[in-house]
Design a protein. Sequence first.
Length: 349
Amino acid sequence: MAEIQLRNVGKRWGSFVGVHNFDLTIADREFLVLLGPSGCGKTTTMRMIAGLEDVTEGEILIDGKVVNDLEPKDRDVAMVFQSYALYPNMNVYENIRFPLKVRGIDPATHDEKVRRASAMVELDDFLHRKPAELSGGQRQRVALARAIVREPNVFLMDEPLSNLDAKLRVSTRAQIKNLSHELAVTTIYVTHDQIEAMTLADRVVVMKKGIVQQVGSPTDIYDRPANTFVASFIGSPAMNLIEGRVEGGVFRAQHVDIPGIGAPDGPLTLGFRAEDAGLATGQGQITAPIYTLELLGDATMISVRVGGALVSVKADKSFRAEIGDPVSFSVPSEICHLFEAGSGARIGD
Ligand SMILES: Nc1ncnc2c1ncn2[C@@H]1O[C@H](COP(=O)(O)OP(=O)(O)OP(=O)(O)O)[C@@H](O)[C@H]1O
């Protein structure tokens, strides 16, 4: 059982603000992902929860108890880092067992606990090996098992997959998801990889420059991004964003003419996702020469240049044309997201 509350938590170093006013309750057993570009304050937030970094403002509570002044070892949280930090002279069994020894857990229980944790990450056959005799993915699993074996109240994972190659990331990601379901322990997971965030999280917190931009389920964040930063950070490709003007309910930019826009006259940033639009059968709302074509296997991505921006639309995998050929996209107003031109904040639903 562990509910974590962050009450207006902040971190400053001198005048530099690393994390600003972070206010959120993380439910017991929730899988929360902190997502954002490098330097946005994800790791600092996690380190404050772990007790590895002092809090400058606000309070952190674990199960209703303020832990600001508690030592990391007294917080009952287990951390998994991007660097595995395994002991090179110990074999896998001893590495996994280590936290139990340090914590003075009854030695009679060690063997069972180590074997259960190693079985969960499918390392049963590797217990006698030294870290140097393991692959990167296996080492990462030892690090996971070492966190699991403690049976902590909270898991904190800081980019645990970032040292793995693309294929291993996908399989280890699936394993983490399955483990978190099995263990049902409150987990906070830091990543800058939006796919990892979308696939793992119950809720995602998107951060930028120390400030929380949006908190929501992966679908909330994907379907209703709170601002252009979130819209351009989530999704592959990111949401198409076009700067233009509304006049009499029609959004206009170079090559773009979209009627039915519910915003007052003036400048506006309009967004839509590549998979929501399509090729127009007649005259569509965006008509321009093809800038590039990418064959994705299951679809063809067609891009045109609109003003300075590249706008992409997914078409059928059989679509073929030449760069420079004219193309027209169907972009009805219903699929469009509207953002304020200056602040980038979302307008309406
Ligand atoms: N000890 C420190 N003193 C001063 N500034 C720091 C310190 N530690 C971190 N920072 C700054 O705080 C900001 C947030 O850092 P943090 O490590 O939390 O970012 P992050 O989102 O985890 O990035 P990354 O994905 O690169 O790990 C950064 O601008 C960083 O330079």
